[in-house]
Each structure stands twice: as C-alpha cells, then as structure tokens.
Design a protein around this ligand. Structure first.
Ligand SMILES: C[S@@+](CC[C@H](N)C(=O)[O-])C[C@H]1O[C@@H](n2cnc3c(N)ncnc32)[C@H](O)[C@@H]1O
Length: 275
C-alpha cells in the first residue's frame, strides 16, 4: 500500500496538549513502555479466537490502519496494513513479517481524510491522553468500519482478580473509557460485541488468566499489563503472597476451581464497531 504519511504533522513537543508529554522511548500514553514494554510480546500474543471477531468486523476492507499497534497483535496479514505506534520499545518488538510502524499518535494521525477502508485499535484507547481527539482522528481517516477492542470498566469486577488485587482493578476501572464515551467519540452509532475469553488465551491481559492463576504469579505477566505499573510495588508483592498461599492450601480452588476447565469466560472484553 502506497501510503504517504505527513511526517510534518507528527506530534511535536509543545504542539499538543500538556498531558501528551512523551516518555523517553516515545511512549505517548499514560504508561511508559520504555520501562514496562520490553517483554511485552512474550506475554501478549494475538489470540486467534479473539482475532476472529476482528477479522469478521473488518469485513472486506483491504486497507487497514492499526493505531497503538504495539508489537502488531491482531493485525491482519492478508490485507494491507499501516501501523502507528509511538513507543520505540514496542515498535522494536514487531515481528519481521509485519510492516514497521510509523512513529505517530492517535490524537494526530498523519494521514489524509478517508484514506483507509477500515481502522482498528486494540488494548490502547485507555492509554491515550485525549481519547475524543484520537477517536475523531480514526473516524476522519477511515471510510468504513472503525474497531476498538477494549474492556468495559463496569464489568471488570467479574473476575476473581478483584478479590486479590482490588487496587489494580480500580486503576483499570478509572483508565478504561465507558462504552458511551467511545460511542460518542466515534460519532454515535456503534455495535458493542461481548468477546468471550478462551481458556488458555495467549494474549495475556489480566482476565486471560481466569483459569490459570499460576501464570499471573510470574512478574513478567503482570508487567505486560500496564495497570500494575500504577500501583505501589507492595500491592504486587501482597497479591503474589496471598495467591500463592491460597493456591498451595487449596482455598483458590475451592472458590474458583471450576474456572480451570471453563472453556470461556465472559469478562469485560468488548469489540466496539462503528460502521
Ligand atoms: C497494551 S499496548 C497494546 C498494543 C497492541 N495494540 C496490542 O493489542 O497488543 C498499548 C499500546 O498503545 C500505545 N499508545 C499509548 N498511547 C498512545 C497514543 N496516544 N497514540 C497511539 N498509541 C498509543 C502504547 O505505546 C502501546 O504500544
């Protein structure tokens, strides 16, 4: 795809809202991927059963913009994709078979109006410094569907994690925008699809571990979920101690053991689609 990015339209220091200060590696959201992002791709792979929802919603779009693309999860490989990612650490983790990402931010996309058939943003809108601006930009550069894969902040307490790390869930609930805010930013009419999380989900966002609690005891698994970087380190230590104890003495299994074999978990994951 021959896309011309207006590089002069990129975000420059002082040309954007004060909140949009970028970290040293270029990270433009509330999380610093120069610090937390290095092992991201080892824990956050695209989950095929979630990818199916995205593929379906993309319809017959041939040219796609992926905003906040990170290491490229959920980017279709059978279509022409342009990726935008402000963090150098995340851009560096893109596998060789995906196109290199452009250094830009959602709030100021360096593309002409209606350039893409479709656009997508997965697990990123909660980090943007100006959600409304980013969504308006996605709508502006897209002819067809705009897809946002995110979590509904009102459904986050469904998972047992809330019993062990309520501080982390509270952080998430504050960061994830309400579905109504996303709808508003995208111009009003949207479809909101609940996306069931499969057991063994290879994309390690927090709820992906609903039936595999041992996995989230790994510090790297928590690091790949930015919410943990917003709570005191003592919360992670307490969480790991409490969960390890309850796994060892069987308390976790008495309470939640059924989840170990439950094929899907209806958590907070949502795909918002503006046609
Ligand atoms: C949790 S990662 C998700 C990456 C990828 N979309 C995925 O599904 O694995 C969030 C990404 O959003 C990016 N991001 C944060 N603020 C952004 C902004 N204002 N504009 C574009 N991307 C942003 C971060 O740099 C990071 O790579």
């Amino acid at each position: 795809m021959n896309i011309k990015a207006d590089v002069s339209g990129r975000l420059h220091k002082g040309r954007f809202k004060a909140m949009s200060k970028r970290h040293q590696d270029g990270s433009a959201g509330d999380a610093n991927y120069g610090v937390i992002g290095k092992g991201y791709a080892s824990y956050r792979q695209p989950e095929p059963r979630i990818a199916e929802f995205i593929q379906h919603a993309l319809g017959d779009a041939r040219t796609i913009l992926n905003v906040g693309a990170g290491a490229g999860s959920y980017e279709p490989v059978d279509r022409s994709v342009v990726a935008v990612e402000p963090s150098a650490s995340m851009r560096a983790q893109r596998p060789a078979h995906l196109p290199p990402a452009i250094d830009a931010v959602a709030e100021r996309l360096p593309f002409a109006d209606k350039l893409f058939d479709a656009s997508m943003a997965s697990f990123t809108v909660h980090q943007w410094s100006d959600l409304a601006a980013g969504l308006v930009e996605m709508r502006r550069v897209t002819r067809g569907p705009v897809l946002v894969l995110t979590c509904d902040p009102h459904e986050l307490t469904r998972c047992w994690l809330n019993d062990y790390a309520p501080e982390v869930i509270a952080v998430e609930a504050r960061r994830y925008p309400a579905m109504s805010e996303i709808a508003k930013g995208l111009g009003g009419a949207v479809d909101i699809l609940a996306v069931p999380i499969p057991l063994g989900c290879v994309d390690g966002f927090s709820e992906a571990y609903y039936g595999r609690p041992e996995r989230i005891l790994e510090p790297g698994a928590r690091l790949a979920n930015s919410a943990w970087s917003f709570v005191d380190q003592s919360v992670g230590a307490r969480f790991a101690a409490d969960l390890s104890r309850d796994l060892a003495n069987g308390t976790w299994d008495v309470r939640y053991g059924g989840l170990r074999t439950q094929p899907f978990f209806e958590g907070s994951l949502r795909l918002v689609v503006a046609k």
